[in-house]
Design a protein around this ligand. Structure first.
Ligand code: GDP
Length: 353
């Protein structure tokens, strides 16, 4: 096909196509849904505030120890509109407070899993419905999974949780509160976590391979990202002042930690990756891999149930069908079948974990 493409000397004008697409998308604004999980107190809300320079959690009620033990999981979604140079981003943060604190921890990640499935289910319903033009995409595009800096690598619940979710969402593991580790400790914890991720067969988000024709700088950046997993991060809700400069940081008796200093943490690497370089890829992988898996499963069960339904209808009393012609299932019946499938899928997902 490429050989048949002729370069024209005169222009018809379709070179403006990218601009047309760009203008339309810019008008609509971009949406992105980010989920955070990990035990309470690992700095999830502080990091989100630092990443997007907001105070998303100003109305947050922090539960006391008794409430935390008693609670299952309270999943909260905050959406904010951010505008930069005329570009709008509707950012949704799905918070899973209390995760890992309750007595029965299994139930906590199960709620997270159910939440992700419900968003797929809603999208699937909307996509098959009448108002397909105005579908609201609430699918979770990325999960920032916080790992404690105080343990020896992954805890069993981290492994269980990531394995339960890795087929449904792009997981990016983070080593929380990196300022509590020396450089050597952070380095060895990172390699241990990377090894364990491999050993336990956890499929975290894979950065796309660079094309062979991409420049050396992009290839180097891609390698740095891969080698930095899990990103060691630091968050802060306050500005500190030091040596005449003001910045987001944490002040200690022995010195100041700068959130955005690449020597102090991988915070900038994470923010650039999330916002500047890989946001679209995270959305593409969600759509093409995670949602497609869900959809394929749904359609498979739907077909199976339709066949069963047809067989059942043939043996039911009533007028015999015309030979060679099949009676289509009425719409109402299809809706019932769809609902039964969704129930069954939820039950089998619960059973398989
Ligand atoms: P969450 O429960 O996971 O949302 O945690 P929070 O963001 O509420 O943070 C819990 C506590 O940890 C607060 O006192 C924060 O100031 C502190 N904190 C947050 N991020 C960091 C960090 O990167 N390093 C250190 N040392 N403390 C942090």
């Amino acid at each position: 096909l490429n050989r048949n493409i002729k370069k024209k000397n005169q222009y018809v004008g379709f070179a403006t196509l990218p601009n047309q697409v760009h203008r339309k998308t810019v008008k609509k604004g971009f949406t992105f849904t980010l989920m955070v999980a990990g035990e309470t107190g690992l700095g999830k809300s502080t990091l989100i505030n630092s990443l997007f320079l907001t105070d998303l959690y100003k109305d947050r009620k922090v539960p006391n120890a008794e409430e935390r033990i008693g609670q299952t999981v309270d999943i909260v979604k905050h959406t904010i509109g951010i505008e930069e140079k005329g570009i709008k981003l509707w950012l949704s943060i799905v918070d899973t407070p209390g995760f890992g604190d309750a007595v029965n921890n299994t139930a906590s990640w199960k709620h997270v899993e159910d939440y992700i499935d419900q968003q797929f289910e809603q999208y699937f319903r909307d996509e098959s419905g009448l108002n397909r033009k105005n579908i609201k995409d609430n699918r979770v595009h990325c999960l920032l999974y916080f790992i404690s800096p105080f343990g020896h690598g992954l805890r069993p619940i981290d492994v269980e949780c990531m394995k339960a979710l890795h087929e449904k969402v792009n997981i990016i593991p983070l080593l929380a509160k990196a300022d509590s580790l020396t450089h050597a400790e952070a380095y060895s914890k990172k390699s241990k976590i990377r090894e364990e991720i491999k050993q336990f067969g956890i499929n975290i988000y894979q950065f796309p391979e660079c094309e062979s024709d991409e420049d050396e700088d992009s290839k180097r950046q891609e390698q740095i990202l891969k080698d930095s997993i899990p990103f060691a991060v630091i968050g802060s809700n306050i500005q500190v002042e030091s040596k005449g400069r003001k910045f987001r940081g944490r002040s200690y008796p022995w010195g100041v930690v700068e959130v955005e200093n690449p020597i102090h943490s991988d915070f900038l690497l994470l923010r650039n990756m999330l916002v500047r370089t890989h946001m679209q890829d995270l959305k593409d992988v969600t759509r093409e891999t995670h949602y497609e898996n869900y959809r394929a499963q749904c359609i498979q069960s739907m077909t199976r149930m339709m066949v069963q339904e047809r067989k059942r209808r043939w043996v039911e009393p009533g007028p015999p069908p015309t030979p060679g012609r099949r009676r289509p299932l009425p719409l109402r019946k299809m809706q019932e079948v769809l609902e039964r499938i969704q129930e069954q899928m939820q039950q089998s997902q619960r059973g398989s974990c």
